[in-house]
Design a protein around this ligand. Structure first.
Ligand SMILES: Cc1cc2nc3c(=O)[nH]c(=O)nc-3n(C[C@H](O)[C@H](O)[C@H](O)COP(=O)(O)OP(=O)(O)OC[C@H]3O[C@@H](n4cnc5c(N)ncnc54)[C@H](O)[C@@H]3O)c2cc1C
Length: 401
């Protein structure tokens, strides 16, 4: 029996926030994987994460155990990759963020964005060279697209330059917000070719001369994730490290389409984590001589939270099924990102509300979800930008500028 008192599915560890049993859509071996991820997050991450969050430090000691799970690049079918499909990949992304959105983000950057850039934009030789070690998490990746002066308008305004120089390239420019960059073995840098004006992708290896980092300090969200500004000063990269299938920003967008689904799943995970903590708290906390869960106004908030996470899961399940069928379009992923993140923000706010003052204490976890939701809300395309992508698709009119 689940601790919400609702009927169980035949999954002994399915969280009660999976009210309609979406996990039962998975094959048995994928459900087992999800259970292993859940056990790792509950036993290894949850007990230590608030301390790391407070100090703004990444738990590097957990990487070997994360690697053992075999979830890096879960959906990709490149060399050494698990090739398990988009639905289980999404549910795993949700599961990580259900316990901690920072760990979900770390994996989204490494296993989604960085591995996805090589899988979708690299040559076969490049996939063979990097993906197996990335899947084993022996090499960690980062994805450098955003710049200090340009975020939403990056396709038009990207200013980092790439100049052809003999059998290589010279990169110059600045990046901002790049997750994992300061300790990554491989940083994908997106830069504009000075010759043809197109955006191209380069794999810059750790220690390459001219690439420097400043880790961003004092964030109020996702404090465990190490975001960095990257300074590129005459960085020489061999032609063999230019992603051979990235000829323009349209190729970068292919990567963003699939990883945006991952962020929609993270948002549902963040909301589900907060909802679960809220339900448990309302049963334990008594006021006026009764558990606060017995008050109608509290139940109203709990049911609204459950509606949000259930609707978000349903929408994301369908989009991931489309992704598995090769039918996912940009506007599908954008709709999921908008819906999941808007409802996440609402849900974590209600969770905080039912905890009263304790909602702002880290020890009850909900405060961390409230803060982390703010970053998920904005990255990989803000609500406005994703709304404009859907708006253009349904009207045929572009309203970006
Ligand atoms: C924690 C975190 C981690 C990140 N990790 C990475 C990473 O690993 N790699 C990476 O490359 N980037 C990363 N990013 C960057 C992220 O993708 C950008 O923050 C995001 O794309 C928004 O860009 P911006 O912050 O520059 O906001 P801006 O583009 O400056 O937008 C500011 C506001 O203006 C609105 N706006 C802009 N244009 C329009 C328009 N046409 N119509 C209406 N409204 C508009 C936006 O919606 C937003 O509300 C990360 C960001 C955060 C916060």
């Amino acid at each position: 029996m689940s601790d919400s008192g609702t009927a169980d599915h035949d999954l002994h560890d399915s969280p009660f926030s999976d009210f309609l049993g979406f996990e039962l859509l998975l094959e048995e071996q994928d459900r087992e994987l999800l259970s292993r991820v859940r056990a790792f997050m509950t036993r290894e991450v949850e007990p230590v994460i608030n301390e790391h969050w407070t100090r703004g430090e990444f738990p590097h000691q957990l990487i070997p155990a994360m690697a053992e799970l075999g979830i890096a690049g879960l959906a990709y079918d490149g060399p050494g990759c698990p090739a398990r499909g988009a639905l289980v990949d999404g549910l795993v992304a949700m599961e990580l963020s259900r316990i901690d959105p920072s760990i979900g983000t770390f994996m989204g950057v490494h296993g989604g964005l960085a591995m996805g850039s090589i899988q979708l934009c690299g040559s076969e030789e490049q996939r063979q060279r990097w993906l197996p070690a990335m899947a084993r998490m022996e090499l960690i990746g980062a994805f450098g697209l955003t710049e200090p002066d340009v975020g939403s308008a990056i396709s038009m305004g990207l200013a980092t330059s790439a100049r052809r120089d003999g059998d290589g390239w010279v990169l110059n420019g600045e990046k901002k917000w790049i997750g994992n960059a300061s300790f990554a073995d491989l940083v994908i840098i997106w830069a504009r070719d000075e010759d043809d004006g197109e955006v191209k992708g380069f794999v810059v290896e750790k220690g390459t001369e001219g690439m420097g980092f400043d880790v961003q300090q004092d964030k109020i969200a996702l404090r465990v994730v190490q975001n960095a500004e990257i300074h590129l000063r005459d960085v020489h990269v061999p032609e063999a490290n230019r992603l051979q299938g990235a000829a323009s920003f349209a190729d970068t967008s292919q990567v963003l389409r699939v990883t945006r689904m991952g962020v929609a799943w993270q948002a549902v995970g963040c909301a589900r984590g907060a909802y679960e903590h809220a339900v448990r708290y309302t049963k334990a906390r008594e006021q006026f001589g009764r558990p606060i869960a017995s008050f109608q106004l509290v139940q109203d908030l709990l049911v609204k939270m459950l509606s949000n996470v259930t609707a978000g899961t349903a929408m994301n399940v369908r989009a991931s099924q489309l992704q598995d069928a090769g039918m996912l379009r940009d506007e599908h992923a954008s709709l999921c990102k908008v819906h999941s993140t808007v409802r996440m923000r609402e849900t974590v706010g209600w969770a905080r509300e039912v905890l009263g003052g304790n909602g702002i204490l880290l020890e009850h976890h909900v405060g961390r979800f409230v803060a982390d939701a703010e970053a998920i809300y904005s990255y990989e395309g803000t609500r406005e930008i994703n709304t404009l992508i859907v708006g253009r698709a349904i009207t045929g009119e572009s309203a970006f500028v």
